[in-house]
Design a protein around this ligand. Structure first.
Ligand SMILES: NC(=O)c1ccc[n+]([C@@H]2O[C@H](COP(=O)([O-])OP(=O)(O)OC[C@H]3O[C@@H](n4cnc5c(N)ncnc54)[C@H](O)[C@@H]3O)[C@@H](O)[C@H]2O)c1
Ligand SMILES: [Zn+2]
Length: 705
């Protein structure tokens, strides 16, 4: 279990550390013994203020500057020091309080039962010590429940007469933020319970989180729209829950597993029993929890999930071990900060150490320039890693302070592309130079610009910079924009290289070159015909799709739709003042400025005139309900879960555009349940019982052809 595996690859002498449980307990104790009281007092003060700052970075800014492991090491050091020198322990110490905060933006609600943290450990010995402490207190006759430790944010839900009345964050443990409106958008949290054996008043607590696939899709959209991406799904989920606009929250699929039941009178004897009960009431309880009879069973569970966790559709950061019996829980009690009857065994993020070979830069369609670290290949969490994201200039110059030839630590978080968490300064080469972010575009040489308040640098040469030109055309033909059949990203790239297309409007002149196109390698006559047909057909796409396809910064698919409805045609939109723009629904200052900038550019206006001449739609059709087909006419659908390729809004659109109808609850009359990852168990059970066909998003697309 607690092994540190160093693998030596002889030809290049990498070594890297695989997996968990390497802690500092013993060296820490020796170090503490040798400390004078004055030194201890000093150290306690320094640690307390550092930890408070890290708590703020983590809980309020959602931007931690050190790893959880390093944070926990500091906290553990403080715990030990306060034990050894109780005369210096402050009642305000971060060891005595839950680390979170409440905010001013939401109504503050006091918790009926405090929302505590969990003691944690990264090693086997400390878990054995925990087991011994329990045995000493309550004897040998007890069980543990082992659960996955979901990496999200905890939430307390209050139900009265079976209705969800309040959802509150953990906050500082005593009081939290009332985020009910936002939590109501989470599909797997029941708003109303259907069965009758639940108490009239109860609280249920669990973890709100985001699935990895949804995280990647939404984060990619953020990058495309020029927004700062979130570092991991946990930050994305906690940033989302704290938003003021519930309509925006609804667009970001969150999910929730429940794991604690609180009632005024004890109705079940054990935690395990209550988990089974709340499942029947309609709550989503994680299927992987296990009842364990011995600490060895617990270790077996930990070992299993240390490996299997990479196959889950969401992040976990450890295993939570809870004493099962409520009576025994009561006997064991609490510390100021956490229950004595539970502990979290945390997995150390898999980390590897390798050499930085170079930093390269990618230019996206909006001109945003993203740096990427090229690494000496190293094996990490099942794959060979060669590259890591660096996000932006601040990451290179301020946070990591990267130098040429540095040895860096790489970690895999929620993203497929790993990130660099730190630099091994012991290995920095003498004379190594600090790496400076480039000042001009790697593709076209134009001087880069950074807008105030933004992290990314941009290449402003949008009409002359090859990756931007290609990226814009690829965006235009994308499924979510003009959805041009027979034309893909690679073809765009080739046609650009061969000089056929430079602007979106050139795509519509390709038909004049069909003879030349047919002579090109790789293009058969059939594929050229298909492509040209696809291009012609796209002229029927509605105005909002065209507008989205133009690729105006911050004008995503939803914003384009709102603009199309509000302004009705492109001329009105182009002539709109700042004040007129911000009166449109969901259009804020940032979007308004971006639209004004776009239409200020004469080249953009010329391009729009050319597209108009080709016959594209620049006016919103009054008859909003023109259907793409009648294929689904008379059929009813429910969409549930998380999908890799589409948001639920997009699937709703597809169904409605083809004559289908979305209904709100499952009944015997329902025709189809479109299910993604992690749909609510209650829905699944009901649909199965009623024999309702459960289909995937691909099945749905196949139905409409
Ligand atoms: N890197 C930093 O700067 C920094 C700063 C502050 C905190 N942190 C990290 O956050 C941790 C402290 O956060 P915390 O107080 O939320 O503790 P925690 O995350 O270690 O454990 C408690 C939390 O686990 C969650 N949880 C997930 N699955 C659960 C389950 N099945 N049963 C019960 N609870 C479950 C709950 O939200 C609960 O509040 C630290 O251990 C540290 O790793 C890091
Ligand atoms: Zn450029």
């Amino acid at each position: 279990m607690c092994t540190v595996i160093a693998v030596h690859i002889t030809h290049n002498q990498f070594h890297f550390i695989l997996s968990s449980c390497f802690f500092i307990t013993f060296p820490l104790k020796t170090y503490l013994r040798s400390m004078s009281p004055a030194e201890a007092k000093n150290r306690i003060e320094t640690l307390s203020s550092e930890i408070k700052q890290h708590n703020y970075n983590y809980y309020v800014l959602a931007m931690p500057s050190i790893s959880d492991f390093d944070f926990d090491k500091k906290l553990e050091e403080l715990v030990q020091l306060e034990k050894q020198f109780p005369e210096f322990a402050d009642p305000d110490s971060p060891t005595q309080q839950v680390g979170g905060f409440i905010t001013k933006e939401f109504i503050t609600v006091k918790h009926k039962w405090p929302m505590l943290s969990l003691g944690n450990t990264y090693n086997e010995q400390e878990l054995l010590d925990f087991d011994q402490r329990i045995r000493k207190a309550i004897g040998d006759n007890f069980e543990y429940v082992c659960e996955l430790k979901f990496d999200g944010l905890s939430m307390s839900l209050t139900y009265e007469q079976g209705k969800l009345v309040r959802a509150v964050t953990r906050g500082d443990g005593v009081q939290g933020d009332d985020v009910t409106a936002n939590v109501r958008t989470i599909n797997t949290i029941p708003k109303k319970l259907h069965q009758s054996d639940f108490p009239q008043h109860f609280e249920i607590r669990g973890e709100v989180f985001m699935h990895l696939k949804a995280f990647e899709r939404l984060n990619n959209e953020r990058v495309e729209n020029g927004e700062t991406p979130y570092a991991n799904p946990r930050n994305f989920a906690s940033g989302t829950i704290k938003m003021q606009d519930s309509a925006e929250v609804a667009k970001r699929p969150l999910d929730c597993f429940l794991y604690f039941l609180y009632t005024d009178n004890i109705i079940y004897k054990t935690h395990w029993e209550s988990l089974q009960a709340v499942k029947n009431w309609g709550f989503q309880v994680n299927e992987h929890s296990r009842l364990c009879h011995t600490i060895n069973d617990v270790f077996e569970f930990i070992n299993l999930w240390d490996k299997k966790r990479f196959g889950l559709s969401y992040d976990i950061d450890g295993i939570v071990i809870k004493v099962n019996s409520y009576a025994q829980q009561q006997e064991l009690g609490f510390t100021a900060k956490s229950p004595r009857w539970a502990i979290a065994y945390k997995f150390k993020a898999e980390q590897a150490e390798t050499e930085l070979l170079s930093v390269s830069y990618q230019v996206g369609r909006t001109g945003a320039v993203t740096p990427v670290a090229n690494l000496k290949p190293v094996f990490l969490a099942g794959t060979t890693v060669k590259r890591a994201t660096l996000h932006n200039a601040d990451e290179i110059e301020k946070r990591l302070k990267l130098h040429t030839g540095d040895w860096v630590y790489v970690e895999k978080g929620g993203e497929i592309i790993p990130k660099i968490t730190g630099v091994n300064l012991d290995k920095r080469k003498p004379g190594a130079e600090a790496i400076a972010y480039i000042t001009s575009c790697p593709a076209c040489g134009t001087l880069l610009e950074r807008k105030e308040g933004e992290a990314a640098f941009y290449c402003p040469n949008d009409e002359g910079c090859p990756p931007q030109i290609v990226g814009k055309m690829q965006h235009f033909i994308d499924r979510k924009a003009m959805n041009i059949d027979g034309l893909g990203d690679e073809t765009i790239e080739t046609l650009y290289q061969k000089g056929f297309i430079n602007h979106i409007s050139d795509i519509y002149s390709l038909k004049d070159h069909s003879g030349e196109l047919k002579l090109m390698d790789r293009f058969g006559e059939k594929s050229i015909t298909n492509m040209l047909e696809g291009i012609e057909k796209s002229k029927e796409m509605p105005f909002d799709k065209v507008l989205f396809g133009l690729g105006i910064r911050y004008v995503g698919a939803t914003v384009a739709k709102k603009l199309a409805v509000h302004f009705k045609n492109v001329d009105k939109l182009a002539a709109a003042s700042f004040d007129e723009l911000i009166t449109a629904e969901e259009i804020g200052e940032r979007i308004a400025i971006s639209i004004l900038d776009y239409f200020k550019d004469e080249r953009h206006k010329e391009e729009i005139e050319k597209l108009k001449a080709h016959g594209l739609q620049f006016v919103t059709e009054e008859k909003e309900v023109s259907l793409a087909s009648e294929t689904l006419s008379g059929k009813t659908f429910i969409i549930s879960g998380v999908f890799a390729k589409y948001s639920r809004d997009e699937l709703t659109n597809i169904i409605e555009q083809n004559g289908g109808k979305i209904v709100s609850s499952i009944s015997a009359k329902l025709n189809y349940l479109v299910a993604g990852d992690n749909m609510g168990p209650a829905k699944l059970e009901k649909a199965t019982k009623l024999n309702i066909p459960i289909i995937t998003d691909d099945d749905l697309l196949a139905m409409i052809g």
